[in-house]
Design a protein around this ligand. Structure first.
Ligand code: MF3
Ligand code: CO
Ligand code: CO
Length: 274
C-alpha cells in the first residue's frame, strides 16, 4: 500500500540532501584531512603550550594541504579552530594562556577541501587529569559512538539523541541542549538538526545518502550554558567540566561510514605516545 507520508514528504524532509558515491568520496578526503590534523595535535599537547599555537598549526596544516579552515571568519568567528578547556562547552577562543597539567580540552576543526567540509572534534588531556574528568571523557566518547550505532536507513533521527541522553543521565551527567549536530557537505551547517537528547520517535527517518555530524556535549553537572561577553565562548553555568567528541558521518544502505575516523587509530585520550 502506498504510504502517504513517503510519497509526499514533509518539507523538512525534502530539504535534506541525499549525496552520491562521488560526494561521499569528496567528504572522505576533507574529513580524513581533518582527522590527520587532530591526530598530529595529540603530540603537541603539553603543560605550558599556549592554545594559539595549536590554532596556528591548524591554519598551516590546512595551507600545506590545500584546505582552508571553515571557522575562520565564519559569522565573524576569528580563528581556525575552536579550543574549549575544562568548563568551556564549545566555541572557545585559542589564546596565549598556557595549558596546565590536568586540563582537559576539546579541539574542533573543520577543513574545507575541494568544497567539502570535514568537521570533527576530540578531547585531549594535559598530563594527567582527575578521575572525574577521565570518566566524563570516556562517557562522552561512548555517547558519540552509541549515537553513531543508531544510524541506519529507516531509523528516526531521534534515536540518536535518545541513546545519548539515556547513557549520559544514567551516569548522572547531562546533555547540553543549546547546540546540536547538523547536516553538512558543501555547506558547513545545513539541515537536519541532530539533537543529542529526546526520544526515538522524534525527527525524520534517516535515508541512505544523508550526511551529518553527531557532536554531543556532556556536562558533569547541569546542562545549562551561558555565552561569555566575547559573543562566542560557551561555558557551563555551574562551572562543571564539559566534554565533546564529534564525527562527520554518511548514511549507507546498512548503517553509516564515519568519514572522520582517525587514520592513526586514535579514539579517546590518553592517546599513544609517538
Ligand atoms: N565546528 C563547530 C561545529 O561542530 C562549529 C564552529 S562554528 C564557529 O559545528 F564559528 F564557532 F567556529
Ligand atoms: Co559540527
Ligand atoms: Co565541529
Amino acid at each position: 500500500m502506498m504510504n502517504y507520508l513517503k510519497e509526499f514528504p514533509l518539507r523538512s524532509t525534502s530539504a535534506i540532501k541525499l549525496y552520491s558515491k562521488d560526494d561521499f568520496d569528496g567528504m572522505r578526503y576533507a574529513c580524513q584531512l581533518t582527522a590527520r590534523c587532530l591526530d598530529q595535535i595529540a603530540s603537541m599537547i603539553k603543560p605550558g603550550l599556549p592554545t594559539s599555537e595549536i590554532d596556528e598549526f591548524v591554519y598551516q596544516f590546512g595551507k600545506d594541504n590545500g584546505a582552508v579552515p571553515a571557522t575562520l571568519n565564519y559569522r565573524g568567528y576569528p580563528y581556525s579552530s575552536c579550543i574549549s578547556i575544562n568548563h568551556v562547552v564549545c566555541h572557545g577562543f585559542p589564546s596565549s594562556k598556557p595549558l596546565r597539567n590536568g586540563d582537559i580540552l576539546n579541539v574542533d576543526i573543520t577543513f574545507i577541501l575541494d568544497g567539502w567540509h570535514g568537521d570533527s572534534s576530540r578531547m585531549y588531556i594535559v598530563g594527567n587529569c582527575k578521575r572525574a574528568a577521565q570518566r566524563l571523557i570516556d562517557l562522552t566518547y561512548d555517547c558519540l559512538m552509541a549515537g553513531i550505532a543508531q544510524v541506519k536507513p529507516g531509523i528516526r533521527m531521534g534515536a540518536i539523541g535518545a541513546v545519548i541522553q539515556e547513557l549520559a543521565e544514567k551516569e548522572r551527567c547531562s546533555v547540553v541542549r543549546d547546540f546540536c549536530g547538523h547536516g553538512l557537505g558543501k555547506l558547513f551547517h545545513d539541515s537536519p538538526n541532530v539533537l543529542h537528547y529526546g526520544t526515538s520517535q522524534d525527527g525524520i527517518e534517516m535515508r541512505s545518502g544523508m550526511i551529518f555530524t553527531i557532536e554531543p556535549m556532556i556536562n558533569l553537572g547541569r546542562h545549562h550554558v551561558k555565552i561569555l561577553k566575547d559573543g562566542w565562548t560557551s561555558v557551563t553555568r555551574d562551572h562543571s567540566l564539559s566534554a565533546q567528541f564529534e564525527h562527520s558521518i554518511g548514511v549507507t544502505d546498512d548503517g553509516c561510514e564515519i568519514f572522520t575516523q582517525s587514520p592513526s587509530g586514535h579514539l579517546k585520550p590518553p592517546y599513544p605516545n609517538f
